[in-house]
Ligand binder design. Sequence first.
Ligand SMILES: C[S@@+](CC[C@H](N)C(=O)[O-])C[C@H]1O[C@@H](n2cnc3c(N)ncnc32)[C@H](O)[C@@H]1O
Length: 286
Amino acid sequence: MRDAIRGPPCLARDFFSTVSMMAQLAGDSVYGQPSVYDLAFSIDARREMQMLEHAFERFTIGNVRRVFEPACGTGRLMYRLAKRGYQVAGNDLSPEMVHYCNARLARHGFSRAARVEDMTDFRLARPVDAMFNLLSSFRHLPNDAAALRHLNGVSQSLRPGGIYLLGMQLTAESEGTPLAESWSARRGHMAVITYLRTAWLDLQQRQESCEIKQEVYTPSGIRHIRDTQVFRTYMHQQVLDLLAGIPELQIVGAYDPRSNEPCLVDVQPETQDIVYVLQRVMDKKT
Ligand SMILES: C[S@@+](CC[C@H](N)C(=O)[O-])C[C@H]1O[C@@H](n2cnc3c(N)ncnc32)[C@H](O)[C@@H]1O
């Protein structure tokens, strides 16, 4: 269960930039520790799976068999989808994440379908029926140009009538509620407590720095991971403005990812957590 703490978390930007630099020098990146990441960020996997399959059924024209995840990380949802009979593949910038993802797919008898690749510029040789990109991974793309290149790649790699589920934390228009939450997870001999919060928010530059601290408990002791990741900020209108540049992708719905059951919502000015459903428009002649 996540424990959301709303408060004034904005500390000095320089302090966190220094911590981030030190973390990177020490190789202390949250994406460099896939087993810890996978444990911490899989706590909502059941709900996420239900939402994905609900969207496949409700919004895709035709059946979904082939699915691709840009920025797939550990493939925590890819391997669950594979077990449900979908043909899955993905890409990620982190070799550690991709290695972990492929090793688990192979352990479960599936092909090693993740590859190290930048989601900014990618094209699939054969278009897929659906794609998904959750947990604000899209916000790693640093500017409009990179985001548009990514969305172009998506639109060219989705078949007409296929969908792209794009999940992110929006900035509320009031700017009043920066991120601050903590939760714990346990699997086998490992337990992890994760603390996640906005370190600083710069709406002029459209950057949010998120600090992640993890305490990892194993029989051999306690380990600490500390990292910061800079994300591009989006308000709902900024998402709409961006998508205006890709008319082949149309918003056809939106989910509240925190809901216990798949729940379609209207995006409001104060909405923060959202999963957009984008549909690749049908070609005129199809
Ligand atoms: C928050 S994690 C989400 C991983 C996975 N989608 C999930 O739901 O667990 C963000 C991921 O984006 C990856 N990433 C960041 N920038 C990327 C890029 N330009 N291209 C591909 N992957 C990227 C990171 O390596 C990391 O695995």
